[in-house]
Design a protein. Structure first.
Ligand SMILES: Nc1ncnc2c1ncn2[C@@H]1O[C@H](COP(=O)(O)OP(=O)(O)OP(=O)(O)O)[C@@H](O)[C@H]1O
Ligand SMILES: [Mg+2]
Length: 316
C-alpha cells in the first residue's frame, strides 16, 4: 500500500514579485513513487515554485515541505532529501564527466568508496559510463541533460524536482528520459517534473497539475482532467451521408449543442458541445430521421485541446 505521507507538499504557497503573483495560493502533494507533471505556459510560475522547493528562493506566504521538512525552517534537511535539475546547464570548461559528478558527490560530503560508488551508480544509470573521460563542454544536449539528471541523483535523494528536463530533446532522447523517470519512480522516489507541453509529459506522469498565472487550475490524472473538461467539451464532429447532406444541414441547424455547421459535398462538419452520450443520441436520432449515415466521426479532444481549454493563454 502506498504510504500516505506526502514527500512533496505545497501549502497555500505564494511568491509575489512586486505586483506579479508568480505563485498564487498553490497547494498540492506528491507521494512516494508518484510522478507529478507540472504543466503551464511560459511565465506560469513553474520555475518559481520549483526554486522555492529547492530552497533557492523563499515564499512570500505559505510553505512547502519535502519529506515533512519545511523549506523555510529546515532548508538544510530539505537539500539532503532533494535532487534539483534546473532548466539551464552551466558549462564548466576543462572538466570531464566523471570529475564533474565527483565534484558534486564531494559537495554532498560523500567520501572514499561511498563517493566512488555514487559516481559509478549514476554513470551506469544515465548511460554516461562510456563517456566518463569526455570533457563536458563537448557533450550533446541529450548527454548534458543526462549529466544534469545524474548530478541531481548523486546523493540518491527520495525527491526529485526536474524543471523542463525534456526541453530540446529529440524523440528518442525523450523516450529514454521517460524510461529513466519511470525507473526512479519505481524505486519509490517522488518526482515533480515541469513542462509547457502536456503531451510531452502525459505518458510519464501519474498526476498532472495545470498552472497558469500562478494559479493551479486543475489537478488529477491525465484521464480525469480530460474527462472533466470533456463534460463541457466542444468536439469536432464529422458526418458523412450517402445523400441528402443539405437536408441534414437543415435538420442540424439550431439543434442543441450544434455550432459552426458546414456542409461540404456529402459531409457535415460541426462542433458539438456535450458529452459522448449526447453525441450517441444525436446519431441515433439522425438515423431515425431517415438520414443514411455512412460515417460518424467525433474527434476526441487531444491533450493539447484540453490544455488550451483549461488555460486562457494569458501570458504574464
Ligand atoms: N526574480 C524575479 N523577479 C521578478 N519577476 C520574476 C522573477 N522570477 C520570476 N518572475 C516572474 O514570475 C512569473 C513566473 O515565472 P516562472 O519563471 O516561474 O514561470 P515558468 O512557469 O517557469 O515559465 P517558463 O515556462 O517560461 O519557464 C513570470 O511573470 C516571471 O516574469
Ligand atoms: Mg520555467
Amino acid at each position: 500500500m502506498q504510504e500516505r505521507r506526502p514527500m512533496i507538499q505545497l501549502c497555500r504557497l505564494h511568491r509575489h514579485f512586486g505586483a506579479t503573483r508568480a505563485v498564487d495560493d498553490v497547494s498540492f502533494e506528491v507521494y512516494r513513487g508518484q510522478v507529478f507533471g507540472y504543466i503551464g505556459p511560459n511565465g506560469a510560475g513553474k520555475t518559481t515554485s520549483m526554486r522555492i522547493l529547492a530552497t533557492l528562493d523563499l515564499p512570500t506566504a505559505g510553505d512547502a515541505f519535502v519529506d515533512g521538512f519545511s523549506v523555510v525552517d529546515d532548508p538544510d534537511r530539505v537539500r539532503l532529501r532533494l535532487g534539483f535539475m534546473p532548466d539551464y546547464f552551466s558549462v564548466y570548461p576543462n572538466i570531464e564527466v566523471r570529475e564533474y559528478l565527483d565534484f558534486y558527490a564531494r559537495s554532498y560530503q560523500l567520501r572514499g568508496t561511498r563517493r566512488t560508488e555514487a559516481v559509478h551508480r549514476v554513470m551506469a544509470f544515465t548511460g554516461l559510463d562510456t563517456l566518463a573521460d569526455k570533457p563536458i563542454d563537448g557533450l550533446s544536449k541529450g548527454m548534458k541533460q543526462r549529466l544534469c539528471l545524474g548530478r541531481a541523483l548523486i546523493h540518491d535523494p527520495p525527491v526529485m524536482i526536474l524543471d523542463e528536463p525534456a526541453a530540446g530533446l529529440d524523440p528518442r532522447a525523450r523516450i529514454e528520459l521517460r524510461e529513466m523517470i519511470r525507473t526512479l519512480a519505481g524505486e519509490g522516489k517522488a518526482i515533480l517534473i515541469s513542462s509547457h507541453i502536456l503531451t510531452e509529459l502525459a505518458e510519464m506522469c501519474d498526476i498532472v497539475g495545470i498552472i497558469e498565472q500562478g494559479r493551479l487550475l486543475a489537478v488529477g490524472s491525465v484521464d480525469e482532467i480530460q474527462q472533466r473538461s470533456s463534460q463541457h467539451a466542444t468536439n469536432a464532429v464529422q458526418v458523412r451521408v450517402l445523400d441528402g447532406a443539405e437536408a441534414l444541414g437543415r435538420w442540424l441547424t439550431g439543434r442543441d449543442g450544434v455550432d459552426q455547421l458546414r456542409i461540404d459535398g456529402q459531409l457535415a462538419d460541426f462542433i458539438h458541445g456535450g458529452d459522448l452520450a449526447s453525441e450517441a443520441d444525436l446519431l441515433k436520432e439522425m438515423i431515425e430521421a431517415g438520414f443514411r449515415v455512412v460515417a460518424f466521426g467525433s474527434r476526441r479532444q487531444s491533450l493539447e485541446d484540453v490544455f488550451m481549454q483549461v488555460t486562457e493563454g494569458l501570458l504574464q
